[in-house]
Design a protein around this ligand. Structure first.
Ligand SMILES: C[S@@+](CC[C@H](N)C(=O)[O-])C[C@H]1O[C@@H](n2cnc3c(N)ncnc32)[C@H](O)[C@@H]1O
Length: 230
């Protein structure tokens, strides 16, 4: 199993505050959940949330009536997910080697992972996700067109592994090569959600309203929904 990028206990315990802390962080989480709702097939259904991280999306999806399996390569992350009342089955595993049968899920969601992977790893992960959805099911994931965490000065202060950027055209190629077909996309965020979280809530609301008027190519995060036809 490739578990080398599994989050440590320290990183896991700081994760929710860092990404979803405060009123602005909760607003970002609600935006993400709304985007997922629009891309997922209607409940009920079996969903694999990998990597589940602290389980924020697992909790949302379980609340919507899905039967969720929460998987991650980090036991500390799974411990935090397990503290939520989701009824989800937690599973320690790598996205490259999923311990699930072919076609076991109606959909998979993979958020904030592929920015830790190079092109070859994204391709391998997509092929494995394709294997575990049923024909007609959905593989949902996000990609980042750019991130300030690549800037040399900022990288000195961010205690995380290497962050990759990827252009949407390259993602489309990887989707095709994995035997998937793009069904729908949604683009969000003029700049990184981690930085947007630091904005005062009214300013963040105003920015989100402005973003809706901007062309997709200006926004940095794309949510992808793909399917397999056979
Ligand atoms: C940035 S967090 C994203 C968590 C959650 N999806 C979210 O958006 O809040 C990245 C997660 O990927 C997990 N991870 C890293 N390598 C992995 C792998 N090969 N398979 C499964 N999970 C992995 C880490 O342990 C961590 O929990």
């Amino acid at each position: 199993m490739t578990l080398d990028r599994a989050y440590s206990r320290d990183l896991s315990e700081r994760y929710d505050r860092h990404h979803f802390g405060g009123r602005s962080g909760q607003f970002i989480l609600r935006r993400d959940c709304g985007t997922l709702d629009a891309l997922l097939p209607p409940a009920p259904g079996r969903i694999l949330d990998i990597p589940c991280g602290t389980g924020v999306y697992t909790e949302h999806l379980a609340g919507r009536g899905y039967d969720v399996t929460a998987a991650d390569a980090s036991q500390p992350m799974l411990d935090i997910t397990g503290q939520r009342q989701t009824g989800a089955t937690p599973k320690l595993c790598s996205i490259f080697d999923l311990p699930f049968d072919d076609g076991a899920f109606d959909a998979t969601i993979t958020l904030r992972l592929f920015s830790h992977f190079d092109r070859g790893e994204i391709g391998r992960a997509l092929a494995e996700l394709r294997r575990v959805i049923r024909p007609g099911g959905r593989v949902i994931f996000d990609s980042f067109r750019w991130t300030p965490r690549r800037w040399p000065l900022l990288r000195r202060f961010v205690a995380q592994s290497y962050i990759y950027e990827i252009a949407p055209a390259e993602v489309e190629t990887l989707i095709r090569e994995a035997g998937l077909r793009k069904v729908e996309t949604a683009t969000r965020y003029l700049f990184s959600p981690i930085w947007q979280r630091k904005l005062p809530y009214p300013a963040l609301r105003a920015l989100a309203a402005v973003e809706k008027r901007l062309p997709d190519r200006w926004l940095l995060r794309t949510f992808w929904a793909c399917t397999r036809d056979d």
